[in-house]
Every structure is written in structure tokens, then in C-alpha cells.
Design a protein around this ligand. Structure first.
Ligand SMILES: Nc1ncnc2c1ncn2[C@@H]1O[C@H](COP(=O)(O)OP(=O)(O)OP(=O)(O)O)[C@@H](O)[C@H]1O
Ligand SMILES: [Mg+2]
Length: 260
């Protein structure tokens, strides 16, 4: 058996039911450290639910989730976050009435934890300021330092969200449709930014645009009807008949026809 800790993230026969309906039906996945994984699949397949199970928003009905070999299923989101996993949401998750800098600093302070006594907290404030400044440069918003988040463009808000997501230095990052609602050119720039800021980290990103998927991912996980039906390199996934049949064939045809 392979050493568990060789995987940054592992799902083992994961299941989740809402009421009587089983939404996640025995999902398995093993992602190595530093891999960039695009999670694709039809609407309603369970991609966001999988992320909710991994990040601790929902507890699985059965099965296991391991982060660097340690069980995290059933733990609270903040505990999982402190163990090195961070996620963004399909919906923007920033404080609209705080500035770019303040939003990032909140992200950093959150990751340092409220468990510190006030005097220790203060001694860390300078670190938090430095880290927030560094993040602001990484996401290329240093010229908008004092702009309120609500006054940023949509693409800038998404960049800020990525900044908040990586603020705590998490080693595993989950992004749920980070380019949703962006134009083609914004998307291209944004993917470049994501690649840059997640350098050396493990990334799982839900994405519908196949151009983005094939440009960004080392590996693709195909989720259909609550199962991971394929997990492989883009070339192999594209050539996989099961994937063609279940999902990719129709999506590629639609995108080539100018749809979606
Ligand atoms: N909290 C919940 N309670 C009940 N059903 C839910 C809940 N969350 C998700 N579902 C159901 O689970 C299924 C999978 O939803 P999910 O949001 O995970 O799909 P998805 O793959 O992310 O889809 P999309 O591509 O549209 O974002 C859907 O049928 C949805 O209605
Ligand atoms: Mg979703």
C-alpha cells in the first residue's frame, strides 16, 4: 500500500445524502502534492458538494477525507483551514465595505487564529500587515490598496477573493468556478494569475470552460452523478470513451458550435 502522506488530498468511498437522495455516491480521488486538478462535470453532478465535504461545511454520510494523510472528515471548517486547506466559493466571499488591504489583512488574521491572547495578537499585527501587502502585490491590486472592495471591477473582486483564499498560506486550495462571469480576456489573465499565486501548492478548481481546463490542469477529475468517473492527464481524459460518452463529447461539441 502506498504511503498515505504521499497524497495531499484523498477521498475514499465518500458518500453524502440529503434526506433520502444520495448526491455523492462513493467518490474516490487521490491528489499528489503540487498537482493542479480541474474538476469538471455536468451541472448538478456534485462538484460543489464534494468541495463542501472536503472543506468541512458538510459532514459526509460515510467514507473518508484525508489531508496529507490525516483524517479531516467530520472536522469543523476552521479546523480544516488551520490544517492547511482553504477554499473559495462559487459566490464572492469578500467584505464589500472594507478596502482591498483590510480584506486581505482579515484573511491573514483569521488564519493566525482568534485563539491568541490580545497581547500576542498585537505583536502579530505587523506580520499580518506585511503579509497583506505581499498578497496585494501577488494579486496585482497594490495600486488599489485603499479602494473599497465593492468599488472594484468584477475581475478584481475575484482576484481579491483568491488573495483571501491563499492568505493563510494553505497548501491545498479549492476554487469553485473562479472564472465564472468573466470575459475571455479576463479569464485568460486570471488563469495566469491563479497559476502564479498557487505555484508549488495543490490546486483543485471547478471549471466549465474547456479551454481553461486544458490550459491549467495537470490532471482532470470528471464528476458525473456523484462519482469520480475518471482522474487522469488531460490527454487521457479527452481520449477516455467513458468520459466522452458521459460528458465531454457533448460539451466539446457544444463549445465548438459556439455554445456555453
Ligand atoms: N444542502 C443541500 N441540500 C439538498 N440538496 C443539495 C444541497 N446541496 C446540493 N444539493 C443537491 O446536490 C446536487 C449536486 O449539487 P452541486 O451544487 O454539488 O452540483 P455541481 O456539480 O456543483 O453543479 P454546478 O455545476 O451547477 O455548480 C444537486 O442536485 C443539488 O440540488
Ligand atoms: Mg457547483
Amino acid at each position: 500500500m502506498a504511503d498515505q502522506a504521499t497524497y495531499a488530498l484523498e477521498l475514499r468511498d465518500l458518500r453524502k445524502s440529503f434526506g433520502k437522495t444520495e448526491i455523492i455516491r462513493g467518490a474516490n480521488l487521490a491528489v499528489r502534492p503540487g498537482e493542479r486538478v480541474a474538476v469538471i462535470g455536468p451541472n448538478g453532478a456534485g462538484k460543489s458538494t464534494l468541495f463542501n465535504l472536503v472543506s468541512g461545511r458538510f459532514a459526509p454520510t460515510s467514507g473518508e477525507v484525508l489531508l496529507h494523510g490525516a483524517r479531516i472528515d467530520g472536522k469543523q471548517p476552521f479546523e480544516i483551514n488551520r490544517m492547511g486547506l482553504s477554499r473559495s466559493f462559487q459566490i464572492t466571499n469578500i467584505f464589500p465595505k472594507l478596502s482591498v488591504f483590510e480584506n486581505l489583512r482579515c484573511g491573514v488574521l483569521w488564519s493566525l487564529g482568534y485563539r491568541y491572547a490580545f497581547w500576542r495578537f498585537l505583536s502579530r499585527l505587523q506580520d499580518a500587515n506585511d503579509r497583506a501587502t505581499q498578497l496585494m502585490e501577488m494579486i496585482k491590486l497594490d495600486k488599489k490598496r485603499d479602494t473599497l472592495a465593492m468599488n472594484l471591477t468584477y475581475a478584481e473582486q475575484r482576484a481579491l477573493e483568491i488573495g483571501i483564499t491563499i492568505a493563510g498560506g494553505a497548501s491545498v486550495i479549492l476554487l469553485d468556478e473562479p472564472t465564472a462571469g468573466m470575459s475571455k480576456s479576463e479569464t485568460t489573465r486570471f488563469i495566469f494569475l491563479i497559476k502564479e499565486v498557487t505555484q508549488g501548492r495543490t490546486l483543485l478548481t471547478v471549471e466549465h470552460d474547456m479551454g481553461v481546463v486544458f490550459g491549467l490542469a495537470d490532471k482532470i477529475a470528471v464528476v458525473v452523478y456523484g462519482e469520480v468517473i475518471a482522474f487522469d492527464t488531460p490527454e487521457n481524459v479527452r481520449a477516455n470513451p467513458r468520459v466522452q460518452e458521459a460528458y465531454l463529447g457533448s460539451v466539446i461539441a457544444a463549445q465548438q458550435a459556439g455554445g456555453h
